[in-house]
Design a protein around this ligand. Sequence first.
Ligand code: CMC
Length: 428
Amino acid sequence: MTVSAAITVSDKTVEMPVKAGTIGPSVVDIAKLYAQTGMFTYDPGFTSTASCESKITYIDGDEGVLLYRGYPIEQLAEHGDFLETCYLLLYGELPTPAQKADFDYRVTRHTMVHEQMMRFFQGFRRDAHPMAVMVASVGALSAFYHDSTDISDPHQRMVASMRMIAKMPTLAAMAFKYSIGQPFVYPQNSLDYSSNFLRMCFAVPCEEYKPNPILARALDRIFTLHADHEQNASTSTVRLAGSSGANPFACVAAGIACLWGPAHGGANEAALHMLEEIGTVDRIPEYVARAKDKNDPFRLMGFGHRVYKNYDPRAKIMQKTTHEVLGELGIKDDPLLQVAMELERIALSDPYFVEKKLYPNIDFYSGITLKAMGFPTSMFTVLFALARTVGWIAQWSEMIEDPGQRIGRPRQLYTGEPQRDYVSITQR
Ligand code: CMC
């Protein structure tokens, strides 16, 4: 049955096709609206707009469901590993054992960065925010690997994808090492993805380093939880940048820049700062009152989400991971965890948060876990970027492979001056 939506503008009614997905809301296809009525639609913040068709990730915000290629995030985080999730996001199916071994091998063989990148790093101030270093160094990859920037060549696209998934941990660890004045640690290809990353971050040349398998597994799970999240701000940025034909390294650098903001990936850093600022359980009511005060710009960081109007399914797994990591490290009665758990309890029963459906999101617990592992707050969003890289690339590839793909070019509601004549400077 063909379904359409009638839109009446002044006295003219036009029929717009309605497209149905496999699950989730249908969309009204308004591509011909302007041609037929001379009007645009207006939706700042895209609250009612599907910007593309995608087969990668599905979110049901009301039910708190997140699926990668149809598989629930809980099952992938529990039973799979991050590189398996990468394969799934990129190729659409879970790998066979042979495919998985081949994929792991290919990613592992790309973990080193061009030696000249070391020089590039030396130009940064030591106190630079590692996200600033990531924006620059990932963008700079296109200056080092021009044999994989021709987006019309599927082989080059695949090589660029492998390179980014493989090199992000190396660059992220370099950004960390540089900020603390320690030598860079080269990747160790005998280690799995997350153990290798831990080693590049925390090993020093003067000591043996053995990655803790429980921490490596927890980190791997954190990466899986962050791997993709539908058409969020940074992913939309990557798609928009890529729609002009820009190379994938440049597009991912644009995504990292967008992710940095505190309303997006920067929230994990902001959430931990907030927990530290609150400090003790007795001060929570003061901060809850501030969050509810319309005249106070303060928000409870790590709460609320544009799409989830239920518990963020990633936050539940993250909370469990936090307990596992603190348990493994022997951190008992962590004051930040106590503040977090009590804040969560109060917020979940407070009418303001209940009515507005403000639940803890993934960033609420991730900061405590990463801090316990030894990462400074400035690295939290870097780890998010590392994990999200595969999602950005999968979404970018899907867009490039779409035969109907066109440059993204939104329109506007113009509210500036109407046309007027130039006045010479001597007459103003
Ligand atoms: N604390 C207090 N009030 C809040 C909060 C909060 N964290 N979040 C939303 N509200 C209120 C907001 O004031 C508004 O109230 P009213 O209707 O009275 O004006 C209402 O809830 C709806 O908020 P909104 O800003 O219109 O919702 P949005 O969809 O535009 O924003 C958000 C979503 C995530 C930016 C927002 O909830 C927020 O700023 N949260 C804190 C930052 C954060 O944790 N971000 C991480 C998001 S998850 C990771 C990721 O995907 O990047």
